[in-house]
Design a binder for this molecule. Structure first.
Ligand code: NAP
Length: 329
């Protein structure tokens, strides 16, 4: 028997919040089809996990599903010859907690194509600290690099998971980072991560004119809405802005002017369906370019039994940086 956090939808009333519970009596008969069976050690808490853990609609698409969009652990059995028993592996996204049982459990079984070996110099706990948020931050940095961005870069949602890892990566890579945050008490934390300038997120929260004074060569946005519109409107000629999140809003009201007069590119980031080659590239770059001691400063670890409560905290914006879930506790 093993434990897992299950989201149980109310089938008779699809609008009602789902019931979320820590089940103590799960066994391998509940595992879904897959080539690789994993003893899960760690997962992590992402904004999307907060939505599922608070019973809100939009993430879990099965009547009953184990939550958790990330997992890190050790292979116990594999019929896919790319993996062997005892190997350290991870999965980010790929439908975990959406259509397939996720990482908030002591066991998982997944298709081999979803599995990424944990890079040799990254511990399992650090891999979970990076998790989907850090993987998404890396995908965003890769998009800026492909756009030829150098110099000044804006990071929004700075004290959150994606934002924190993006700042650590960018500063290590020599970019000069402007961090946008609503949390005055986190300015020291953001400077320690490597931000050189900090602005109040209220500055970007007002719907901007079509074109604003040019301030940065690129931006990594995790919040959407008028913040993303402001980031685009203040990007220098030829710059790149990445959009991965909607913590402020899913709406985007902008104009074509930044695109046709300044040649700005807007690049969407999706971590769930990232092709395998890009997944492996991103994890290889996380191994070479992320300062793990900076990551440690952003991370706290909680037990599986405390995870349901933490889901409400991330939705309320009360979580700083990254939270690792030790699923064996
Ligand atoms: N596309 C993908 O594949 C992908 C992958 C991962 C995450 N995401 C999305 O990216 C976003 C961030 O994820 P996360 O895990 O980093 O979440 P998180 O840790 O909760 O960070 C979100 C941050 O957004 C800022 N924020 C929250 N509400 C805001 C508002 N009303 N206005 C402006 N800023 C606000 C806060 O930063 P401050 O406190 O510093 O202001 C907060 O810490 C989420 O929308 C998530 O769903 C998408």
């Amino acid at each position: 028997m093993w434990r897992g956090i299950e989201v149980v939808k109310n089938e008779s009333d699809p609008k009602a919040p789902a019931h979320v519970e820590l089940s103590e009596q799960l066994d391998d008969s509940v595992l879904m089809p897959g080539d690789v069976t994993i003893d899960v050690e760690y997962s992590s808490l992402n904004y999307k996990d907060g939505i599922a853990l608070t019973g809100k609609p939009g993430i879990v698409r099965e009547p009953r599903l184990i939550a958790g969009i990330d997992l890190v652990g050790v292979v116990s059995e594999s019929t896919d010859d790319r993996y062997f028993a005892g190997q350290r592996v991870l999965v980010n996204g790929c439908g975990l907690s959406e259509t397939h049982h996720g990482g908030y459990a002591e066991r998982a079984r997944v298709p081999g194509d979803w599995v990424v070996p944990v890079p040799a110099s990254i511990s399992n706990q650090h891999a979970a600290a990076i998790g989907t948020a850090g993987f998404t931050a890396m995908l965003s940095v890769l998009a800026l690099e492909r756009g030829g961005v150098t110099g000044d870069v804006l990071v929004t949602g700075a004290a959150g998971g994606v934002g924190s890892v993006a700042i650590a990566l960018l500063s290590r890579l020599g970019f000069s980072v402007t961090a946008s945050t609503g949390r005055a008490e986190e300015h020291d934390y953001l400077r320690q991560l490597g931000a050189t300038t900090i602005i109040d997120r209220a500055e970007l929260s007002v719907q901007p004119r079509a074109l604003m004074k040019q301030r940065w060569n690129g931006a990594i946005d995790a919040v959407g809405g008028s913040t993303l519109a402001s980031a685009i409107a203040a990007t220098h000629y030829g710059g790149t802005v990445t959009a991965c999140g909607n913590a402020q809003s899913s709406e985007l009201q902008t104009s074509v002017m930044p695109f046709i007069l300044r040649g700005v590119s807007l690049v969407g980031i999706n971590s769930v369906f990232t092709p395998r080659a890009l997944r492996l590239e991103a994890w290889s770059r996380l191994e070479s370019d992320l300062d793990l001691s900076a990551l440690e400063g952003t991370t706290s670890t909680i037990a599986l039994s405390d995870t349901i409560a933490a889901g409400a905290d991330i939705i309320a914006g009360r979580i700083r940086g990254r939270t690792v879930i030790d699923v064996r506790r």
